[in-house]
Design a protein. Structure first.
Length: 241
């Protein structure tokens, strides 16, 4: 590959002298175009035996999102349907890794720019990236099951708006914070209450519950298996599986 650094230096020098330099167009005016696929979404859905859609599980930490999501995935797999789980913790090991994970491989500057923490802006980008991946999976005819706190309503609504009507199914795992704190499998609530963890959703950072979710699951009163069956029954009633 041609080394572009000398070209960049020459372009900057030419610009400072008031001259036009053609390579500047290459570096600043990147044009991208949408390419239609040879295999349509409908053809993929026919092969898969189900419709593509996004099940967006949202709720407090320890509400049961990931547990229920994985049971739903298992039930769908048993029925021969094509599904995939995008879990909040798992994606932060790769796609949405933090600066600490990226630094050793890509360097400090790259890590600061692209690594995600838990600020409001980083949470927004976290959900934007996941929403884009989920959209690709739906176009492949998969049932995408996401498990993210996704505390801000506007971020969830943006994902909904990026998808065709009916593809985004918001699932509110409605578990009281008292129950979540009793579970606290990672000890995060305890640390947040002690002031050792700042910006923790539900303690010192807000959680905006869905206003009109497609489905509400009572995470404090029912087992994961019961909740997962409710989800699958809902999908069947909507003709998704």
């Amino acid at each position: 590959m041609k080394n572009l650094l000398p070209l960049a230096k020459n372009a900057v020098s030419a610009t400072m002298r008031g001259e036009f330099y053609p390579y500047m167009q290459i570096m600043t005016n990147v044009e991208v175009y949408w390419h239609e696929h040879a295999v349509s979404r409908q053809e993929k859905e026919t092969l898969n035996g189900n419709k593509g859609c996004v099940l967006w599980f949202t709720g407090l930490s320890a509400s049961g999102k990931s547990t229920v999501a994985n049971v739903v995935d298992h039930l769908l797999h048993q029925e021969g349907k094509r599904s995939f789980v995008l879990d909040g913790d798992n994606v932060r090991h790769g796609l949405n890794a933090g600066a600490g994970m990226l630094k050793d491989i890509h360097g400090e500057e790259f890590a600061k720019r692209f690594g995600l923490g838990f600020s409001a802006q980083d949470r927004e980008e976290n959900i934007r990236r996941v929403g884009a991946v989920a959209k690709l999976f739906t176009e492949a005819g998969l049932v995408v099951i996401t498990a993210f706190i996704s505390p801000y309503r506007i971020d969830r609504d943006r994902v909904r708006q990026s998808l065709p009507g009916g593809d985004f199914i918001e699932v509110f795992v409605d578990t009281p914070i008292e129950v979540c704190e009793q579970r606290d499998p990672k000890g995060l609530y305890k640390k947040a209450r002690a002031g050792e963890l700042k910006g923790f959703t539900g303690i010192d950072d807000p959680y905006e519950a869905p206003l009109n979710p497609e489905l509400v699951l009572n995470g404090g009163a029912k087992t994961p298996e019961q909740l997962a069956q409710e989800m699958v029954d809902f999908l069947k009633s909507r003709g998704k599986v």
